[in-house]
Design a protein around this ligand. Structure first.
Ligand code: GDP
Length: 296
């Protein structure tokens, strides 16, 4: 695999010990390695540039104490900045609104949206004792609607009945009224995905938002999304003003750079991570762990 940033910086600084502060030249050499490590971790170039500039400003003149090697000092600065950009604390899903609380799930096809919808529903039911209603708005893919029905059956959560011929907006309205009359605490709307961002998808998602007035709009994104992560997050955020991000496939071999890219591009918190295909493979997001992983 990749050589860790710690090993690389160790080499750069191997000849330097016992100096009072990091010099501009030391920092520039270190930043080249930081930049490489971030690019290998799939952080988008735009975010890499902004981030390393920030780290550089903090690092020049930073005191190097005798007990800490300069390489470790730089790693600590990079790590602290990563955690600061990723967000210090895990931000839970908010249900702080009148019931039924609408949660809108958005994202590209194949990102893990339906699976994540099931995982969140199961968590709300098991851990918070909430009565949840699920609805699939993917009118173009009957298989996606059936997938949600099956998932609901597996986790013991109700799924809105499929009525052929209804538009996504009509289904959203029906889900809300069913949730209201049925005494549900939460109604989760699983929107249609596309293989890429297009205007039709964005317009439909915006319209569903308008009629359902969601309390949370969660963008589900594959953690292996590389350079496209910024574009993806910005497109959804500028159009529907997402409230948070769920990163999936964090159990894969990726280094998680998409987390940094998407957080930096939108300022929106990463709320949860998917760590497997099973319905309980959902965890809170811990910035420190992702920072460690990005640094390798
Ligand atoms: P959608 O098209 O966005 O609704 O995607 P799906 O929910 O159908 O997921 C696509 C595939 O990714 C399925 O095979 C899921 O089991 C898998 N998947 C979803 N989330 C995760 C995850 O966190 N880790 C792993 N390993 N697989 C996942």
């Amino acid at each position: 695999m990749f050589e860790s940033l710690s090993d690389r910086l160790g080499k750069i600084f191997s000849g330097i010990t016992g100096r009072g502060a990091l010099s501009e030249a030391d920092v520039q050499a270190a930043l080249r390695e930081v930049r490489r490590a971030l690019i290998e971790a799939d952080v988008s170039l735009e975010v890499v540039r902004a981030f390393t500039e920030q780290v550089g400003q903090r690092a020049v003149g930073a005191e190097v104490t005798r007990s800490v090697k300069p390489g470790q000092q730089v790693i600590k600065i990079v790590h602290d900045e990563l955690v600061a950009v990723l967000g210090e604390e895990a931000v839970p899903i908010s249900l702080n609104a009148p019931a039924p609380v609408p949660i809108l799930m958005v994202g590209l096809q194949g990102s893990g949206k339906t699976t994540t919808t099931g995982k969140i529903a199961k968590r709300l039911k098991d851990k918070q004792n909430k009565k949840v209603l699920l609805a699939s708005l993917d009118t173009r893919r009957p298989a996606a609607m059936e997938q949600l029905q099956t998932l609901g059956g597996q986790i013991g959560v109700d799924v809105l009945a499929i009525v052929p011929g209804q538009s996504a907006v009509e289904i959203a309205r029906r889900a809300l009224s069913t949730a209201r009359t049925g005494g549900y605490d939460v109604v989760m709307l699983d929107t249609a995905g596309r293989t890429h961002i297009d205007e039709e998808l964005m317009a439909e998602t915006a319209e569903i938002k308008r009629v359902s007035n969601p309390h949370e709009i969660l963008l589900v994104a594959d953690s292996l999304t590389g350079q496209d992560a910024v574009n993806l997050a910005r497109s959804f955020d500028s159009r529907v003003d997402i409230t948070g991000i769920v990163l999936t496939r964090v159990d894969g071999d990726g280094r998680g750079g998409a987390a940094l890219s998407m957080r930096a591009a939108t300022g929106k918190p990463i709320k949860l991570i998917g760590v497997g295909e099973k319905m309980d493979a959902l965890e809170d997001f811990h910035p420190k762990r992702i920072a460690d992983r990005i640094l390798g």
